[in-house]
Write a protein that binds this ligand. Structure first.
Ligand code: 5GP
Length: 115
């Protein structure tokens, strides 16, 4: 059994983090260092997929569930338009190797592409 990621520890209540949405397989939290007026992380409850490439190869239904949760959150918290970012690999800025989607919404401009 691999060590729990920071996101698993938040899900299990071991470290603080308000869960703003939850389905059977997915949960969402606010990013601790927001880069947009709405900056949420949508995360599978399982930590078995390290990045979106592994997720896409392993469970497309789970990936679709993440996108649906992202869409619902952007609709609830902003104008419904959103940017979905999966940093993949350390060179892209990925720091947590438990796949997660950054949902950025509200006040986006052409330059705010980073997660
Ligand atoms: P990555 O860089 O792996 O794509 O994204 C990881 C994200 O997790 C970062 O944007 C970072 O701000 C966020 N993050 C790291 N630790 C915590 C934490 O303890 N709580 C919350 N809410 N977000 C975190």
């Amino acid at each position: 059994m691999s060590e729990s990621t920071i996101f698993t520890r938040i899900l299990q209540g071991e470290i603080p983090g308000e869960i703003v949405a939850e389905t059977d397989n997915v949960f969402a939290i606010r990013d601790i260092a927001p880069k947009a007026p709405v900056h949420l992380l949508v995360i599978p409850k399982t930590q078995e997929y390290r990045n979106v490439v592994e997720l896409a190869a392993g469970d497309t239904a789970l990936m679709a569930e993440m996108v649906e949760v992202a869409q619902n959150l952007a609709a609830e918290r902003s104008d419904g338009d959103f940017r979905l970012i999966f940093n993949t690999g350390a060179g892209s800025g990925q720091t947590v190797f438990h796949v997660h989607a950054h949902v950025l919404s509200g006040g986006l401009d052409e330059t705010s592409l980073g997660g």
